[in-house]
Design a protein around this ligand. Structure first.
Ligand SMILES: Cc1ncc(COP(=O)(O)O)c(C=O)c1O
Length: 451
């Protein structure tokens, strides 16, 4: 007789920790939540505990967990054909390419499929270098573009430090981080000198040597930094002036997160290359893509595209992405997010009135973060920013633990608390999570009161 014993959450976590590595952490510090199943906005652990997923995992499970149409599409495709090598053609792959050409802005028309966002970054700069015959890439200081060597070199934040030196040819420019801007913080209006810094960097590095500028339209992992109006348009103009390609990394900001299909649409900007992943399959199956403009894509008509991945354009993943995009459309996700985003913005404004620890509340649609400070006048961060450790310093650790204890999981990094629920989140679920966050902020306020 076979006896099946249901493992506890602690046993599953211990098994994982014993035999597998967890991301961005000294392994002894890792305390994973052992998830057995999930549905919509909720995770259920092996002890039967229900946890509200207030960050859609890594801002990727945009449709909520186990979306029925996506699961059905995966099952149907798995029954027929899981995989063919990327030199073969498949119907889901072709249809997905056409769909992406349709929903991405302006001239973007042809996709190279990867397994995730980091590989999309690497292949975006590879395509830019090959298409322009130039090699330098301008990236910003507070950015995250992925964990592979190329993507991590482009990454501005401290996660890069430990693996330096990375790839050659990456130069860095300022960020549109108005709350802590060295150009215009404290002044009544932004005069876009942060964009002009990109212009200066290109001039100093030599426009004939710079292939591309890569930006997250809204810097995600570095605190959901929404740029001032006019910024992205100015960056577009600067790139055009110098014959430099603009790469928009929409891995986190894409697929409805901001209330548009892609964040660049808020400012009417059309990049030459766009990288996407995360919401592309709503986290169901790994997939990323580099979507190129007609002009960039045409370069590779007669010139070899030096790239290939065994699992590129994976058939199952392409079928999942097609179903995901259809669900965004059927459920009017971008429009829904715009409306829910207004609720979130109002709630954040009310919280900022109540909690002296909130320095700035930033959001666009359901892409949001609170920046906590020790002192609103000096804007001293509640815990130091720019440290290599990934998350959970001191008081921020206590805030995260409190929220989890109350059944809400979200992402906390340095002095930022992220609120990025599935885009299908209900009003009740949003209020449930915000109520717990509101209580948790009293821990931060007490720290502020201590001085
Ligand atoms: C803007 C951005 N680019 C690239 C990546 C890397 O994507 P992946 O983790 O799928 O490799 C991320 C991941 O968070 C991201 O936020």
């Amino acid at each position: 007789m076979t006896v099946t014993v249901r493992p506890t959450a602690a046993e599953v976590a211990a098994l994982n920790r014993e035999y597998t590595f967890f991301d961005w952490a000294a392994q002894d510090a890792v305390r994973p939540i052992a998830v057995e199943w999930a549905e919509g906005s909720y995770l259920f652990d092996h002890d039967g505990r229900r946890i509200l997923d207030f960050n859609a995992q890594l801002m990727n499970v945009n449709l909520g967990h186990q979306h029925p149409a996506v699961v059905a599409a995966i099952k149907a495709q798995a029954d027929k054909l899981c995989y063919v090598n990327p030199r073969f053609a498949s119907q889901p792959r072709g249809e997905l390419g056409r769909e992406l050409a349709h929903i991405t802005p302006g001239p973007l028309c042809k996709s190279f499929f990867t397994l995730g966002g980091s590989e999309a970054t690497d292949h975006a700069i590879k395509a830019a270098r090959l298409a322009t015959g130039k090699h330098k890439i301008v990236a910003r200081r507070r950015s995250y573009h992925g964990a592979t060597y190329g993507a991590l070199t482009l990454t501005g934040e401290a996660r890069r430090w430990a693996t330096e030196p990375g790839i050659p040819g990456v130069v860095r420019a300022a960020d549109p981080y108005r709350y802590r801007c060295r150009f215009c913080s404290g002044q009544p209006a932004c005069d876009l000198r942060c964009a002009d810094d990109i212009d200066e960097v290109i001039r100093v590095e030599g426009p004939d040597h710079v292939a591309a500028v890569i930006v997250e339209p809204i810097a995600g992992a570095n605190g959901v930094v929404v740029p001032p109006d006019g910024y992205l348009q100015r960056v577009r103009d600067i790139c055009d002036e110098h014959g430099v390609l603009l790469i928009a990394d929409e891995v986190m900001s894409g697929f409805g997160r901001t209330g548009r299909w892609f964040a660049v649409e808020h400012w009417g900007v059309e990049p030459d290359i766009m990288t996407i992943s995360k919401g592309l399959t709503s986290g169901s199956v790994p997939l990323g893509a580099v979507v190129m403009s007609e002009q960039v894509a045409r370069h590779f008509d007669a010139n070899q595209f030096w790239a290939g991945l065994t699992y590129g354009a994976h058939t199952l993943a392409c079928a999942a992405a097609l179903a995901t995009i259809q669900a965004y459309r059927d459920e009017g996700i971008p429009e829904r997010v715009e409306a829910m985003g207004e609720v979130l913005r109002a709630e954040f404004a009310a919280m900022a009135e109540r909690h002296p620890s909130i320095g700035e509340a930033r959001s666009l649609g359901l892409f949001s973060a609170l920046e906590l400070v020790r002192n609103r006048t000096t804007r001293e961060p509640l815990v130091p920013q720019i440290e290599p450790a990934y998350e959970f310093h001191g008081v921020m650790r206590r805030i995260g633990a409190f929220m989890l204890e109350r059944g809400v999981s979200t992402m906390i990094r340095w002095n930022w608390i992220f609120v990025n629920p599935p885009l299908t989140v209900s009003l009740d679920e949003l209020h449930e999570g915000l109520a717990v966050l509101d209580e948790a902020l009293e821990i931060a306020d007490a720290e502020v009161a201590r001085g």
